[in-house]
Design a binder for this molecule. Structure first.
Ligand SMILES: Cc1cc2nc3c(=O)[nH]c(=O)nc-3n(C[C@H](O)[C@H](O)[C@H](O)COP(=O)(O)OP(=O)(O)OC[C@H]3O[C@@H](n4cnc5c(N)ncnc54)[C@H](O)[C@@H]3O)c2cc1C
Length: 401
């Protein structure tokens, strides 16, 4: 494996760093200082902040780095995208808005959509003029996604769609959704599904927010009541939507994998261990605490080098495969362990939420501890990821699903 970067990639790294040096100063105080309380992440104020920052990134050519220029991207290499991700995470800069569009819907349309669909949708995903969400899960179709029951009936040049989706992140401010529907109820369940693009402003679409464990309402139930979807909004062939949905999930799982964020959490953990005292001494002086911290450091190195193996595969032109899932699984579990450890060393302070005068780092650990549970479920639970690694990575017999 070659760990070095070319002069062109290093020049791009400098460009990103120089840009961040100037623009990080423009971020509000609450972003840069954990002691200062910012707006709730599900508030309109936060959404507007996210759009404001997105526009700056977009104007600088930092959204869709590896996307082709003809669809509004920068036309740079995958490695330049990696360099960019690293620098943004190191600087702890906010990411772009429209994460689902850029990370999931866009790559799917690029891989499986028609030329007309690519031209119509991709530029507006990058500029965040159109926000996207993902309408896959249903009350009876989560891990068993092929069990989708939302029904689309052929009506000539369009489908009539009835059903319900759930856990639709950002559905309340989205303009479009990637939607998995059943077009053939008589076929074996993986073979009767079709992949559609839904205009969320269509008549018959009702969005109801759901409140999660953190107290925020970022997810929704989406009800579809005789919604008309033109066939020109279908991705791929009729009844062949399953393999496209699997493609979307692979993009989703690879987009979630990141080492630098774990490294940031680790550095924050060291600060807390220095700050919190037990029996009058900082907990970082406790040998057992030091051992646990050392193990986190080792795990981050394991994550980093396995991530580089996965990247090597992608540079060869492979689609994200099982090794990407290993990185995602290990990185998610590592984050859960670090978040739990942060609660452990805070002792009684771990009970103090955002808004309490005595909460450490303004209660941000309590928030990240609770929201980390969600990352162990989103894009497939840890158990499902283990099944996929076993079947596709190790060639073990299929589980009884
Ligand atoms: C933060 C977050 C964001 C999300 N965003 C979206 C979104 O934008 N759009 C969307 O469509 N969905 C979204 N989801 C939904 C997510 O994809 C599902 O929650 C997930 O696939 C699990 O499905 P479920 O909740 O129905 O749980 P279930 O499938 O009912 O699983 C319940 C438990 O059974 C276990 N289990 C089930 N089957 C097996 C098996 N075969 N082997 C071993 N164990 C098994 C699971 O691991 C889990 O522990 C989101 C979820 C979260 C937490």
């Amino acid at each position: 494996m070659d760990f070095s970067y070319t002069p062109k990639e290093e020049a791009f790294r400098k460009e990103v760093r120089d840009w961040l040096d100037v623009h990080m100063k423009e971020l509000p105080n609450w972003w840069r200082n954990p002691e200062v309380m910012g707006p709730e992440i599900d508030s309109d104020e936060y959404h507007q902040f996210s759009l404001w920052w997105h526009k700056k990134l977009y104007a600088a050519g930092f959204v869709g780095i590896a996307w082709p220029k003809e669809y509004g991207g920068r036309g740079a290499t995958l490695l330049e995208q990696v360099v960019y991700n690293e620098e943004m995470a190191k600087a702890r800069a906010p990411g772009p808005a429209n994460g689902l569009g850029i990370g999931w819907a866009g790559p799917t349309i690029m891989a499986y959509g028609s030329e007309e669909q690519k031209k119509r949708f991709l530029p507006k995903i990058l500029s965040a003029e159109e926000h996207w969400c993902q309408g896959f899960s249903e009350p009876e179709a989560g891990s068993d996604l092929a069990n989708v029951q939302t029904r689309a009936v052929d009506a000539g040049d369009h489908y009539v769609v009835n059903g319900q989706k759930v856990w639709t992140t950002g559905g309340h401010y989205s303009d479009w959704a990637i939607l998995l529907v059943r077009t053939d109820p008589n076929a074996p369940k993986h073979r009767g599904l079709t992949y559609l693009l839904l205009d969320m402003h269509s008549p018959g679409v009702t969005v109801r927010p759901l409140r999660q464990i953190t107290g925020h309402a970022e997810f929704n139930e989406v009800f579809l009541d005789s919604v008309k979807i033109l066939k020109s909004l279908q991705i791929g062939e009729t009844n062949r939507g399953w393999h496209i949905a699997v493609g979307t999930l692979a993009f989703e799982r690879s987009a979630l994998a990141t080492t630098v964020q774990r490294e940031n959490t680790f550095q924050d953990l060291i600060k807390v261990a220095r700050q919190v005292k037990r029996h009058g001494r900082p907990v970082i002086e406790d040998p057992l605490v030091r051992q646990r911290l050392a193990q986190f450091h080792i795990d981050i190195q394991v994550l980093k080098y396995t991530g580089l193996r996965s990247l090597t595969g992608q540079l060869r032109g492979d689609r994200p495969g099982p090794e990407t899932l290993v990185v995602n699984l290990f990185g998610t579990e590592l984050n859960l362990r670090m978040q739990e450890f942060a609660m452990e060393i805070q002792g009684p302070y771990s009970r103090l939420m955002r808004g309490s005068d005595y909460a450490i780092d303004n209660g941000s650990w309590q928030f990240s501890f609770l929201s980390a549970r969600g990352t162990a479920i989103a894009s497939g639970t840890l158990e499902i990821k283990r099944n996929v690694i076993a079947e596709r990575g190790l060639g073990l017999p299929r589980s009884n699903r």
